[in-house]
Design a protein around this ligand. Structure first.
Ligand SMILES: C[S@@+](CC[C@H](N)C(=O)[O-])C[C@H]1O[C@@H](n2cnc3c(N)ncnc32)[C@H](O)[C@@H]1O
Length: 254
């Protein structure tokens, strides 16, 4: 996958909001060693550094362009490392593993999340936010379109990302946690600009799809997607496009 930091940051405020909500829920928890998994452009990692100024913080991401943006914009002493979360192992047991809008890209949460909790220091916290919007028109229409005979071959094997139902995280993590909170929130995002939902999706969910197409074909595909989304997400009389977006949150203390 090739991420485009500028496209991702087009909606920086709406993308930051759930990370702030997760952070607030952590309360006054102290942390000397923090890892931000799937740190992307590093703006959330920067928030962690401001919240815990004395902590040693490492941002982990697999994408070169996102890490370059992170190291160019966030202030030191955050350490940036390129790694795949699926195989990443903490070198020393962190007090906090934070992950905003990244773990849904990984398979097998029944293995992954217990493994992350197992890497925490005793009393340490795993704090996770993930999109849970896969049944919304934005995602369903993308799946339908990508499954059309004309596109099916190009998108063979592309993974959109996935999360488990909230109750499954509860059942999975309760035996491993002295404190566990699981919640979901729908953000009624009022986006600005033309084709706002397509622009949003180009920054995230569409990344692995567009990676399969040359520029000309991508233009055709986006035109078809844009036409369908314009019906599903009409502009409001005030010019905004409302894009309700459901997210799931987990705080598990080892
Ligand atoms: C939607 S961005 C979120 C970035 C950041 N956490 C934020 O909230 O702004 C998702 C990030 O997860 C990273 N990512 C996805 N799968 C990954 C994996 N298996 N290992 C490491 N990073 C991954 C992507 O490269 C991307 O930078």
């Amino acid at each position: 996958m090739n991420w485009d930091p500028e496209q991702y940051l087009k909606f920086v405020e709406a993308r930051r909001r759930p990370a702030l909500d997760l952070l607030v829920r952590m309360g006054g928890k102290s942390a000397a060693s923090i890892v931000d998994l799937g740190c992307g452009t590093g703006n959330i990692t920067q928030l962690l550094a401001e919240h815990w100024p004395a902590a040693r913080i490492v941002g982990i991401d697999s994408d070169q362009a996102m890490l370059e943006k992170a190291s160019a914009t966030a202030s030191p002493p955050i350490e940036w490392r390129q790694a795949d979360i699926a195989t990443w192992q903490a070198t020393d047991a962190p007090d906090l593993i934070f992950s905003n809008a990244a773990l849904h890209w990984l398979d097998d949460h029944r293995r992954l999340l217990p493994s992350l909790i197992g890497q925490l220091a005793p009393g340490g916290v795993l704090a996770v936010q993930m999109p849970a919007n896969f049944n919304a028109p934005s995602h369903r229409i993308l799946l339908e379109l990508a499954g059309d005979p004309g596109w099916q071959e190009a998108f063979e094997g592309v993974r959109m990302g996935a999360v488990l139902p909230a109750a499954e995280y509860h059942d999975l993590l309760t035996p491993l946690s002295q404190r566990l909170e699981v919640w979901e929130t729908t953000y009624w995002q009022a986006l600005s600009g033309d084709d706002a939902v397509v622009e949003w999706m180009k920054g995230t969910t569409l990344v692995p799809y567009l990676a399969r197409l040359d520029m000309k074909t991508a233009k055709h595909f986006l035109a078809a997607y844009r036409a369908r989304l314009a019906v599903a997400y009409p502009r409001r009389p005030d010019g905004h496009t409302l894009f309700p977006f459901k997210r799931i949150f987990l705080i598990a203390q080892r």
